[in-house]
Structures are given as structure tokens and as C-alpha cells.
Design a binder for this molecule. Structure first.
Ligand SMILES: Cc1cc2nc3c(=O)[nH]c(=O)nc-3n(C[C@H](O)[C@H](O)[C@H](O)COP(=O)(O)OP(=O)(O)OC[C@H]3O[C@@H](n4cnc5c(N)ncnc54)[C@H](O)[C@@H]3O)c2cc1C
Length: 417
């Protein structure tokens, strides 16, 4: 099998890159082993929330010049990051993913534990807050579904009450959920969303909420609606006729999975081939180090060839990076990594402290090419959270790094023609 570009990893970075290349006329394949970080997303893509020294960032684009040289944004350059960030909203709109937000100023999202985190692009289900301390309303009705444990109503109430919102917690008892409730492990967001997506069910939920409402001016609901079609979220708000806020639940994330499925469908609609559930295991290069082909578990000895290869395999979480007792490595190509040798330098025994291992990852140059044993591989690009040089969890820049590097690598590949 031969393609113009093969992308390894079908999370946010791989999909954004694949869609851009495929729409520009390339013949692309994405090979992806499994779930991506989007399945765990709390509903927004972050551009930059904090500098490595802990300084809070309000205006991400202005703050990029303060980042260290090894940060992926510094490698791409502040001007280019601004350019790609400006393209992102339109890119998602063209793919059918509704997002709100502005790269010049962070908004705030409410996490499943009620914390508020700086965000860039918020998925349409959620209402971003303009300020960290913004009060969601005077009185909130927090609505759960009976038996659902991944929506922390008490944490949310505590956090809203700190901003002066009086909260009342209720739970909906829906007959259609009874089968799920019999087995607590079935009461997961995606299963609930599948039931809610059936005709008439969300309408029943809405009429129950109406009977439970007293004098509250805002309704808070778990984001468990619209696994396939997000328009139901707007319909619920409209039908309730009151300010309605959807809050991300503990994983899996229904809006995150829907976004992943929408992007995958867009890639396939443009003619791309998506091989789901397959793992790339090794690569072959010529005598100049140019990557010629890869092999996968499912295709066994049928090799997949391409002019360009894009590594979008994520970090440790997605097995894009592997740690053994002795070393950290990238398992497909064995590319050079930025990482601190000596296991004692990898992590801090205080779980809550900044962890060094999160900033380990691929060493890339300004064209996002990776290197092997110090030699630049001109047809191998690394994008997304497999790249090192940033502690995306601490700095709040995971989504932004994935989107910006994906768009940038696609441009580098297209410029070659
Ligand atoms: C739990 C979690 C929650 C997060 N939440 C947010 C959030 O809310 N907002 C935000 O901005 N950022 C968040 N992030 C940061 C996140 O890393 C980025 O936002 C972004 O989604 C990463 O995308 P990616 O495509 O680089 O990697 P991933 O999403 O990790 O995707 C990598 C893909 O590559 C596949 N893969 C790996 N190895 C192989 C192989 N050998 N062969 C084939 N396929 C392979 C994996 O199965 C996976 O599907 C979160 C990260 C984690 C870990």
C-alpha cells in the first residue's frame, strides 16, 4: 500500500494534519491504535494557561515570546503560532465542529471537579466564562441522573457557592436508565448519552427538570448528551428556556468523543483512509536515513509506503513514549528525545508537584522534522503531545500544541511539492 503521507496516531494532532493534507489533494492514511486524549477531554482546547515559572497567562499570543527555546511554540515561532491559531476556528467550523474562543485572550472552563482552567477553543456544548471568578447565576439547580457517579455535583456546588451562587442538587429518575442502573459499571457517560439520544428521552428529562425547577436562574447539567449529534445540546437549552450550563463529566467525555468521530468522518469524507485499531510496530529507512515504509500488527508483512511520515502518537498516556526502568524511548522510529537521564530525574515523589516526565518527548527542529542519532530525518515529522519541551499539563497548552504543530507540519509537507 502506498500513500503520499502516512500519519501514525489518530488523535487531535493526527486528524488535524490528515484533514489538512487530504483536503489539499494528498493521498493520506492514518493508522491509530486506540482511544486518544480527546476521549478524556474536559471540553476545551488550551493554548497557553501558564508559563513554566507558574505565571498565569491571560493573553496567550503575547506570552509566547516568554517561553523557553525548547518549547514547540518557540520552535515554530510566535508569528506562525498566531497564524495557525487564527486558522483553527475556521478549520473546525469547516469540519462541522463548533468551537468558541479567541487566541488573543483566554476564557475559563469548568472542570469536572469544579476547578476553573484557562481555555482557548471551547467545544460548542460548553459556555466559557469570561473571568475566573465569574458567577454563573444567583441560584443554580444542579441536575444529575440517578445513579451516575461521574458527575461530581457536590464538588460543583462547593465551587459555585464560593462565587456566591446558591445551589440545589437534584437527580432525574428516568425509566429508560433503569437497565443501566442495575449494573453500576454501565452508568457511564457514553452509555447514558446513547439512551438520551433515543427519540423522546431527552424531552422526558427536560420535562422532569421543569417540574423540579423552583426559583433558580441557572440549570447545570452533565455533558452526557449528543454522542453522535451535538445539536441536541442546543435544543435542550432552548426547550428549558433558561440559562443552561453543561459541565464536563469524569471520562469518557461525550463531547470529546463526538469531536473525535466528527474529525475522523471529515478525514474519510475527504478521501483519507483511517485504519482504526492497528498499531505501527516498526519502520524501514534507506541508507540516507529516509523512511521508506512501516509495518503494522494487522497488516503484518504487507508494508505501507509513503513519501512522508508523521508521528502523532501522543505521550506516555497513548504509548507514543515508553518508559523502561533504564530509559525513555519512542517505540516506532527510535527518534531522539529531549529527556533527562536517570530515573530519579523523571518524577517528583510528591504527586501534586510538577512532573518532569511530562515534558519529555520528540526533539524537533523548526520544520518539525525528527532526528535519529542526531541526524535530521527529512521525511519524518513529529506533531502533538509526542513532542517534548513542554509540560502541557502544567502550562495548559496540550490542545494548542496539537493543533498548531499539526497545521504547521501539513504546510511543511505541502511546501515540498
Ligand atoms: C487524560 C488527558 C486529558 C487531556 N485533556 C485535555 C483538555 O481537556 N484540553 C487540552 O487542551 N488538552 C488536554 N490534554 C492534552 C492532550 O494531550 C492534547 O490536547 C491532545 O489531544 C493530544 O493529541 P495528540 O494527537 O498529540 O495525542 P493523543 O490524543 O494521545 O493521540 C495519540 C494517538 O496515537 C495512537 N498511537 C500511539 N502509538 C501508536 C502506534 N504505534 N501505532 C498506531 N497508533 C498509535 C494512540 O492510540 C492515540 O489514538 C489531555 C491529555 C490527557 C492525557
Amino acid at each position: 500500500m502506498r500513500f503520499d503521507t502516512i500519519i501514525i496516531g489518530g488523535g487531535l494532532a493526527g486528524l488535524v494534519c490528515g484533514i489538512k493534507l487530504q483536503k489539499a489533494g494528498q493521498k493520506c492514511a492514518i493508522i491509530s491504535a486506540g482511544q486518544s486524549a480527546m476521549h478524556f477531554s474536559s471540553g476545551a482546547f488550551d493554548l497557553l494557561g501558564r508559563l513554566p515559572d507558574g505565571t498565569e497567562v491571560k493573553e496567550p499570543l503575547k506570552a509566547i515570546s516568554s517561553l523557553p527555546a525548547e518549547h514547540p511554540y518557540s520552535i515554530i515561532g510566535a508569528e506562525k503560532v498566531a497564524e495557525y491559531a487564527a486558522q483553527a476556528k475556521g478549520f473546525f467550523a469547516d469540519c462541522g465542529v463548533k468551537v468558541t474562543g479567541d487566541a488573543s485572550r483566554n476564557s475559563w472552563r469548568i472542570t469536572p471537579t469544579g476547578e476553573r482552567k484557562p481555555s482557548w477553543l471551547t467545544i460548542g456544548d460548553f459556555t466559557p466564562l469570561a473571568a475566573k471568578e465569574e458567577k454563573i447565576g444567583n441560584k443554580a439547580l444542579i441536575v444529575n441522573i440517578l445513579g451516575y457517579l461521574d458527575f461530581n455535583t457536590k464538588f460543583l456546588a462547593d465551587s459555585f457557592e464560593k462565587q456566591g451562587t446558591e445551589c440545589r442538587i437534584v437527580a432525574l429518575k428516568l425509566e429508560e436508565m433503569e437497565r443501566l442502573r442495575k449494573n453500576p459499571s454501565e452508568m457511564r457517560s457514553t452509555n447514558i448519552a446513547r439512551v438520551m439520544d433515543r427519540e423522546g428521552i431527552w424531552e422526558t428529562a427536560v420535562s422532569q427538570i421543569r417540574t423540579l425547577l423552583k426559583d433558580e436562574d441557572v440549570i447545570v447539567l452533565p455533558a452526557v448528551f449528543g454522542l453522535k449529534d451535538g445539536s441536541v445540546v442546543e435544543k435542550i437549552s432552548e426547550t428549558l428556556g433558561k440559562k443552561t450550563i453543561f459541565v464536563a463529566t469524569m471520562p469518557p467525555s461525550v463531547p470529546g468523543i463526538r469531536t473525535q468521530m466528527t474529525l475522523k468522518a471529515e478525514f474519510e469524507k475527504a478521501g483519507g483512509r483511517f485504519f482504526l485499531g492497528d498499531t505501527v510496530i516498526e519502520s524501514k529507512a534507506d541508507e540516507n536515513g529516509i523512511i521508506k515504509s512501516i509495518s503494522t500488527v494487522n497488516f503484518n508483512d504487507i508494508r505501507m509506503e509513503a513519501d512522508n511520515f508523521v508521528l502523532a502518537t501522543g505521550s506516555f498516556f497513548s504509548k507514543g513514549l515508553i518508559a523502561t526502568p533504564e530509559k525513555v524511548c519512542e517505540p516506532v522510529f527510535g527518534i531522539d528525545l529531549t529527556y533527562r537521564e536517570g530515573r530519579e530525574n523523571w518524577f517528583n515523589t510528591n504527586f501534586w508537584e510538577k512532573q518532569n516526565y511530562i515534558s519529555f518527548g520528540a526533539k524537533v527542529d523548526e520544520t518539525l522534522n525528527a532526528s535519529i542519532a542526531g541526524k535530521k530525518i527529512v521525511n519524518l515529522y513529529a506533531i502533538g503531545s509526542v513532542i517534548g519541551g513542554t509540560n502541557s499539563l502544567y502550562e495548559g497548552c496540550g490542545g494548542g500544541t496539537a493543533i498548531v504543530t499539526a497545521l504547521a507540519a501539513a504546510d511543511r509537507i505541502l511546501e515540498k511539492k
